[in-house]
Design a protein around this ligand. Structure first.
Ligand SMILES: NC(=O)c1ccc[n+]([C@@H]2O[C@H](COP(=O)([O-])OP(=O)(O)OC[C@H]3O[C@@H](n4cnc5c(N)ncnc54)[C@H](O)[C@@H]3O)[C@@H](O)[C@H]2O)c1
Length: 363
């Protein structure tokens, strides 16, 4: 049996200008594909992330539009669906925009792909946060078959699950070779603060905890630790995540689901401590009390199935990943300051108040 590979393959990455998508595109290019088509409306990303390479074709469109769908190559073999309406707070601010860019996207894409005879695999970015139990006690590893609650904190979380449901449906009904990659928390180079359009709250500037902490830490600010930084996550370095997605495409069982994670818990306090160490930030973290509505909790994912069935294991320690991410942030200060400033302008134009902490201290 010949081993599947991306050599000479036609690949599409929907949401490929984004943080994870652009890292995936860069890694795919090393596998000698024929072409990598990136379809993205730059809602939460910057075009700077799309590599200039003759094999990369960038289509600036929503995958819900005819132009976006038409950009899918006739002979496409692998499709990675990474587009979403980023993230939880934005979806709460505008559930309809979330629906348009996080639910309809999956339906439109899968419905179109059911007619492509050339397809080998469609990999979907599913979210572990939509299934993990919310606990502050000692958590157990979340497995792929964890029961899913029908009660969710955000439209984002609902949309991520609906993507799984539609994919399962198209797999069952039309044999779409659909594979779900359940993401834990990804961090690493290429996550640009403020990238894209303002989506209703200041969270659209800050995105996730890791890039926010790194930026504040580089500016000698005190890192805010709710509940003393007691919450934990399974943080995976983006290059590992990209390799995991490629393993899902080459070796995932159609209809299958795989956690992509490290299987290890890192507390937010540890994360902050390591980041401050790498940036040399002398300002101690700002330890805040527990809030009674805090549901963030502790969690990590089981890696047993992806190790056994995909042969996938994360290679980077969180510390090493953070060191590289701090380096990348230092080297891209100007780009990040520019996207944050563009965001501030959009907020001001919309009449939204700018929190003092939003304005980056001079770098
Ligand atoms: N980063 C994480 O920790 C994490 C965790 C769980 C799941 N995920 C999932 O992984 C995927 C990638 O996440 P990310 O962190 O790279 O986010 P991102 O915001 O950087 O990437 C999402 C991309 O989708 C694009 N997009 C939005 N609407 C679109 C549309 N209608 N048509 C085409 N493109 C559209 C955005 O412009 C952006 O480039 C998402 O599906 C996300 O839900 C990420």
């Amino acid at each position: 049996m010949s081993m599947a590979s991306f050599k000479n393959a036609s690949i599409a990455v929907v949401g490929g200008a984004g943080f994870v998508g652009s890292n995936l595109v860069k890694l795919l290019l090393k596998e000698q594909p024929r072409e990598v088509v990136v379809i993205d409306n730059l809602l939460s990303s910057d075009v700077a992330n799309v590599p200039s390479d003759s094999r990369v074709k960038f289509c600036f469109a929503s995958i819900t539009s005819d132009a976006g769908l038409a950009a899918l190559p006739q002979e496409v073999e692998y499709v990675f669906h990474l587009s979403c309406y980023h993230g939880n707070q934005s979806s709460i601010a505008d559930p309809f925009a979330d629906h348009e860019n996080n639910t309809l996207t999956s339906l439109r894409l899968f419905d179109r792909l059911k007619d492509f005879g050339s397809l080998k695999k469609v990999v979907y970015a599913a979210a572990a946060c939509a299934v993990a139990e919310k606990t502050y006690d000692a958590p157990s590893a979340t497995t792929e078959d964890q029961p899913v609650s029908l009660v969710h904190d955000s439209p984002y979380s609902i949309s991520k699950l609906i993507g799984e449901l539609y994919g399962n449906y198209y797999h069952q009904r039309y044999d779409l070779p659909f594979v779900k990659a359940r993401f834990s928390n990804v961090f690493g180079p290429g996550e640009i603060l403020g990238a894209g359009r303002w989506r209703g709250t200041v969270h659209t500037v800050w995105r996730n905890v890791t890039p926010t902490f790194i930026w504040k830490s580089l500016h000698r600010e005190a890192l805010p630790l709710d509940n003393g930084g007691n919450a934990s996550r399974d943080f995976i370095f983006v290059e590992d995540m990209a390799r995991g997605l490629m393993a899902c495409a080459l070796r995932g069982e159609p209809g299958g689901i795989y956690n992509l994670a490290t299987g290890r818990e890192t507390s937010i306090l540890e994360l902050a401590t390591w980041i401050n160490e790498f940036t040399g930030n002398p300002t101690p973290p700002d330890l805040k009390p527990a809030r009674d509505w805090d549901r963030s909790g502790k969690r990590f994912a089981s890696t047993e199935k992806s190790r056994n069935e995909l042969g996938f294991e994360a290679q980077f320690e969180v510390r090493e990943g953070l060191r590289r991410t701090v380096e990348w942030t230092r080297a891209h200060r100007d780009l990040i300051a520019r996207t944050m400033a563009a965001h501030a302008k959009q907020m001001q134009q919309a009449g939204a108040p700018l929190p003092a902490e939003y304005l980056p201290a001079s770098a």
